[in-house]
Design a protein around this ligand. Structure first.
Ligand code: C2E
Ligand code: CA
Ligand code: CA
Length: 294
């Protein structure tokens, strides 16, 4: 029918846009399955937000000895049938549907409440932060900085409790805008981390121009660190450059003693990875660290 034809054409167009536009795509039945999957996920994600099925895990960021520097907040979806769903599976759908905005609003409020809880129970230390991942859609939203300011002011928290993580892809989309926006975020007292560094453009000029505090070296360089390989030279070079720019470096995804030692010999002071702790619930985090802290 005409209606079917239009629907299929729409599906093919959707695919072409998803592939980066400027191309012709012919409809195939498998595309419908994908569209239906995304539509169904989107409906379920709406429900997840309404029914508070999202949970936040925290992964410590530490120095070599394991002393806490901060935590990264990582969202999970406690699906009623599927169990815990990882963010890579649903963040792209939250992003493409715009749902990332309300979900992230919820997450920022949740993190503020968590800090207040930890302050009340004396677990929280003055110099810690919670790092929050900010998606492109959010970062470029008109109200973004105002929302951040409102949230910390309502919670009565100092801006320094929060670190904002953006990726290179977000940063380079519009350097002038990013630079101005980051300056506003920093004026709130928050710190800014550049996430997954090395996987994107890794341009020296924007590193110089952007007001960032922390550089997170992507896991892919840490994965295969050994004493005599190119990854080690790359990590060493990134850290040397970061030091010149007075940036703090966090090596992401450290899993072994060897990786920590090599990264540390390269000059890295902070680490995040399974070697120290997997992302865990707040309850689990407190129970494992309270022992260490007392
Ligand atoms: P990311 O920001 O790069 O976060 C680090 C990811 O690496 C996390 O995956 C973490 O569990 C994983 N990881 C940490 N240490 C290790 C390690 O030693 N080995 C290995 N193999 N993996 C390690 P996760 O939690 O699955 O999150 C994946 C991505 O989803 C995040 O990557 C981030 O881009 C996104 N994400 C997570 N939570 C949020 C959120 O609240 N908002 C937004 N916009 N994105 C989020
Ligand atoms: Ca991150
Ligand atoms: Ca990362």
């Amino acid at each position: 029918s005409v209606a079917d034809l239009m629907r299929y054409a729409d599906t093919a167009m959707y695919q072409a846009k998803g592939n980066g536009r400027k191309q012709a795509v012919f409809y195939e039945a498998s595309m419908s399955a994908l569209v239906e999957y995304k539509q169904s996920m989107q409906n379920q994600l709406h429900q997840a937000l309404r029914e508070q099925q999202f949970v936040v895990y925290f992964q410590p960021q530490v120095d070599k000895l394991g002393t806490i520097y901060g935590f990264e907040a990582l969202i999970r979806w406690q699906h009623p049938e599927r169990g815990l769903v990882t963010p890579n599976e649903f963040i792209p759908i939250l992003e493409s549907s715009g749902l990332i905005i309300p979900v992230s609003d919820w997450l920022i409020d949740y993190c503020c409440q968590q800090i207040l809880d930890w302050q009340r129970s004396c677990f929280w230390q003055e110099n810690w932060h919670i790092a929050i991942n900010i998606s492109p859609l959010q970062f470029y939203q008109e109200q973004f900085v105002e929302t951040l300011a409102d949230k910390i002011s309502i919670a009565g928290l100092a801006g320094s409790c929060i670190c904002i993580e953006i990726t290179e892809t977000v940063a380079i989309k519009n350097i002038a805008f990013t630079s101005a926006r980051l300056a506003e975020i920093k004026a709130l007292g928050m710190s800014v981390a550049l996430d997954d560094f090395g996987t994107g453009y890794s341009s020296l000029s924007y590193l110089k121009d952007l007001p960032i505090d922390i550089l997170k070296i992507d896991r892919c360089f840490i994965n295969e660190l050994s004493h005599k390989n190119k990854d080690k030279s790359i990590v060493e070079a990134i850290i040397a450059m970061a030091k010149v720019l007075e940036l703090t470096v966090i090596c992401e995804g450290v899993e072994t003693d060897l990786q920590v030692n090599i990264a540390s010999n390269c000059g890295s002071e902070y680490f995040q990875g399974y070697y120290y702790s997997r992302p865990v619930s707040a309850v689990k985090l407190v129970s494992s660290y309270s022992k260490v802290l007392t």
